[in-house]
Ligand binder design. Structure first.
Ligand SMILES: Cc1cc2nc3c(=O)[nH]c(=O)nc-3n(C[C@H](O)[C@H](O)[C@H](O)COP(=O)(O)OP(=O)(O)OC[C@H]3O[C@@H](n4cnc5c(N)ncnc54)[C@H](O)[C@@H]3O)c2cc1C
Length: 396
C-alpha cells in the first residue's frame, strides 16, 4: 500500500495567524493549500498589539519570517511589575517581541503568497460537510470548495467549529475587557521593558519607544458579557473617560498615557475555551483559537497558534491520511495547550483588583511569586519544535 501523504490542496479557513503559518509550513512539506478569509480584503490595521513569546519566535524563525518581525516590532526583554502606588514589585526577564497583530498577520500572509499559496478574500465560511472521500466547504456567497482535508483556523468564534463540531462547548467569557492601542507621549523611553501595573481598579501595561510611540493596554473586570460587536461600536472618547476614572489612583504615567488617547482604541472581551472534547473528526481539524482560545494573560495565543500550525504541517507531511495526521496532531498538542490555558486563567485571576488588605498581601507575595514564576513558566516559553524530527502515528 502506498503510504505517502495524499492530501491534495488543503482548504484552510481563516487568514489570521494560524492559517497563513500553516500554509507556509505545508509548502515546506510540498503540500498545496488555499486560504479562505472572510474579510473582503486584508484588515491589517485592525486590532491591538501583542507580545510574541520566545516559543512563538522559534516557529517564526523556522518559517523564515523572524527578521521581518523585527522590522514591525520591538524587543521586549523585561516585564517590570509595579503596585498601584508605583512600588517596584519585580523585574522579570522575558525575551519576546511586541508588534501589532495585523503586522504579524501581514508578514505571514506575504510569506505564504511568496511561497505560492493562494488566498481568497470575502469567503465567509457557512458550513462544512464531510462526504465519503472529501470535505465540502460552503461559503456565504453561495460558492463551495471541496478537498481531501480542511483545517479550521477561523479564530475564537470559528464557524468551522459551530458547523462541524456542534457538541463543542461555546467560548467562555472570562469577565475581563481588554483595551489598548498606540499613542504619542513625551514619557521617557522604557527601552526594552514593558511596565505592568497592578492598579487599584484595573491592570495597566505600557512601553514607550524612543520615538514617543507608547504602547498601552488596560484590563478591567466587567461581570456582564458584552454583546458581540457592541464594543466595536463604542466611541474612543467614551472609553477614555471610563479608563481615566478607572485608573485615577494609579501612577501618574497611566493618566498621562490615557489623556493622549484619541481615535483608534482596540477593545475586546476576553474569552477562552478551557477544553474541547476533540479538535478533529475525519477530514476536518481545528487549530489556533478555533481549537483552544487562551486569554491574553500569559501572551501565548498567537504563539500557540504558530506552534499548532507547525506541528500540524509535520503530521501532514509524515502521515498517510487526514484522519491519522489530525488524530496524531491532537495527541501531540493537547496536554501542552491545556496547561497553558490553565496558566493564563490563574494569571488573569491575580490581576483582578482587590481591597486594601488584598492589595497589601498581594504586594508582599507577588515579588516572590513572580521570581519563582520565571522559572516555573520556563516550560511554556522555551518550547521549540524540530522540523526534521519525523512524526509517527504510534507516538504518544
Ligand atoms: C485583547 C487581546 C490581546 C491579546 N494579546 C496577545 C498577546 O499578547 N500574545 C499572544 O500570543 N496572543 C495574544 N492574543 C491572542 C491572539 O491574538 C490570538 O490567539 C491569535 O490571533 C490566534 O490566531 P488564529 O489564527 O487562531 O485566529 P485569528 O487571529 O482570530 O484569525 C482568525 C481568522 O479567521 C477569519 N474568519 C473568522 N470567521 C471566518 C469565517 N466564517 N470564514 C472565513 N474566515 C473567517 C478571521 O477574519 C481571521 O482573519 C490576544 C488576543 C486578544 C483578544
Amino acid at each position: 500500500m502506498d503510504e505517502r501523504p495524499t492530501f491534495g490542496p488543503v482548504l484552510i479557513v481563516g487568514g489570521g495567524i494560524a492559517g497563513p503559518a500553516l500554509a507556509i509550513a505545508l509548502r515546506r512539506a510540498v503540500i498545496d493549500s488555499i486560504v479562505y478569509e472572510s474579510n473582503p480584503e486584508p484588515r491589517d490595521e485592525a486590532g491591538a498589539f501583542l507580545n510574541l513569546a520566545p516559543n512563538g519566535l522559534n516557529v517564526l524563525r523556522e518559517l523564515g519570517v523572524e527578521n521581518l518581525t523585527e522590522r514591525f516590532g520591538f524587543r521586549n526583554d523585561r516585564l517590570v511589575f509595579h503596585s498601584d502606588t508605583g512600588r517596584l514589585l519585580a523585574d522579570a526577564p522575558v525575551g519576546g517581541i511586541t508588534l501589532m497583530r495585523g503586522a504579524l498577520s501581514r508578514v505571514l500572509r506575504d510569506a505564504a503568497i511568496h511561497a505560492g499559496v493562494r488566498f481568497e478574500f470575502g469567503k465567509v465560511l457557512d458550513s462544512v460537510e464531510e462526504r465519503d472521500d472529501e470535505v465540502v466547504a460552503r461559503f456565504g456567497d453561495g460558492t463551495t470548495a471541496s478537498a481531501r482535508a480542511l483545517v479550521g483556523a477561523d479564530g475564537i468564534h470559528a464557524r468551522t467549529r459551530y458547523s462541524f463540531f456542534p457538541e463543542a462547548p461555546k467560548p467562555t467569557y472570562t469577565g475581563i475587557i481588554n483595551l489598548g492601542g498606540v499613542v504619542r507621549t513625551d514619557l521617557p523611553s522604557t527601552d526594552t521593558a514593558m511596565h505592568m501595573i497592578f492598579g487599584r481598579r484595573g491592570f495597566f501595561g505600557y512601553a514607550v519607544r524612543p520615538s514617543g510611540d507608547t504602547y498601552w493596554f488596560s484590563n478591567f473586570a466587567q461581570t456582564e458579557e458584552p454583546a458581540r460587536g457592541s464594543l466595536e461600536a463604542v466611541d474612543a472618547d467614551n472609553f477614555k473617560l471610563q479608563l481615566l476614572a478607572l485608573h485615577r489612583d494609579d501612577p501618574s504615567e497611566v493618566t498621562k498615557i490615557l489623556q493622549a488617547v484619541a481615535g483608534n482604541v482596540g477593545a475586546y472581551a476576553v474569552y477562552d475555551i478551557p477544553s474541547l472534547p476533540r479538535w478533529r473528526r475525519g477530514r476536518v481539524c481545528l487549530i489556533g483559537d478555533a481549537a483552544h482560545a487562551v486569554g491574553p494573560h500569559v501572551g501565548q495565543g498567537a504563539s500557540l497558534a504558530l506552534e499548532d500550525a507547525f506541528v500540524l504541517a509535520k503530521c501532514m507531511r509524515d502521515l498517510p491520511n487526514p484522519a491519522t495526521a489530525f488524530d496524531t496532531f491532537e495527541r501531540l498538542r493537547r496536554d501542552r495547550v491545556e496547561r497553558v490555558v490553565k496558566q493564563s486563567r490563574r494569571t488573569g485571576e491575580r490581576k483582578a483588583p482587590t481591597g486594601w488588605l488584598g492589595r497589601k498581601i498581594r504586594d508582599l507575595i507577588l515579588p516572590m511569586f513572580l521570581r519563582k514564576g520565571a522559572q516555573a513558566t520556563e516550560w511554556m516559553y522555551s518550547y521549540a519544535i524540530d522540523w526534521n524530527e519525523r512524526i509517527s502515528s504510534t507516538r504518544t
